[in-house]
Design a protein around this ligand. Structure first.
Ligand code: HEC
Length: 218
């Protein structure tokens, strides 16, 4: 009996406090042991905010804000008259839908572009197309057949003289993929993609020179 009454009271109080007030409403501030992120000092979109004279919570970007992903280089972001790259540079196609024949000169063709192309080719393409573009990267041992990119004497490739691809088409294949090949535009900036096109062209010249002179095919 000495323990019964205190135990009984504790049991009754805990049952009532846990279950007793379920479903009843209160205007009092709830006790939050862990407030999580239920309340945040923020304005939801499309709501009012009296701080601004137009009363809207949503704000337009500050004028002169440069959008990301529109191909302007860092120098241009802070310039008063930024140079936006053309559609041809972004897509490899002219506005009338024709392929760009040669790498657009605004990409800036020089040795540094060639080096960039080699670096990016080695990172993104060798696993499949092989170091010299012969289509014999490691992946080819797993029954995937990456195309030969450098040897025009191989039939069925884009290099075949019947319809050799333009630079724009190669750029497009890198961007959005070709057949079962994946597109890589999320990993390579347009400049890097054009750089790879340049490097590929040099691999082709190298391979055709080497084979014309009886050299060993790489
Ligand atoms: C995961 C493997 C893989 C990677 C990585 C890859 N390719 Fe490919 N590529 C292929 C395969 C496979 C094909 C053949 C696709 C088909 O015809 O269905 C192909 C086709 C191509 C073609 C078209 C060739 C033709 O004759 O039709 C080009 C051009 C090309 N790749 C360039 C590149 C370049 C440049 C890179 C690096 C930026 C690259 N690929 C990365 C697997 C790959």
């Amino acid at each position: 009996m000495r323990y019964f009454i205190p135990t009984f009271i504790i049991v009754v109080v805990s049952i009532v406090s846990i279950l007793g007030f379920r479903g009843s409403f209160s205007k009092n501030t709830p006790i939050e042991v862990f407030p999580d992120m239920d309340r945040q000092a923020k304005f939801k979109s499309q709501t009012k905010n009296t701080f601004f004279s137009d009363g809207k919570a949503d704000r337009l970007p500050v004028s002169g804000t440069a959008i990301r992903g529109n191909l302007i280089s860092q120098d241009n972001v802070f310039s008063h008259s930024p140079i936006f790259n053309s559609n041809a540079v972004k897509t490899g196609k002219l506005l009338n839908g024709d392929w760009v024949k040669k790498i657009p000169s605004s990409v800036g063709i020089d040795m540094s572009l060639m080096r960039l192309g080699k670096e990016k080719y080695d990172i993104h393409c060798t696993v499949c197309h092989g170091k010299y573009g012969n289509g014999k990267g490691v992946i080819s041992y797993f029954k995937l057949a990456p195309r030969n990119l450098s040897d025009a004497s191989q039939s069925g490739t884009y290099l075949e003289s019947a319809a050799p691809w333009s630079d724009g088409q190669i750029y497009n294949a890198i961007s959005i993929g070709s057949g079962i090949m994946l597109g890589l535009k999320d990993k390579l900036s347009p400049k890097e993609r054009w750089a790879i096109v340049l490097y590929l062209r040099s691999l082709q010249n190298y391979v055709s020179d080497a084979t014309n002179h009886g050299g060993k095919k790489s």
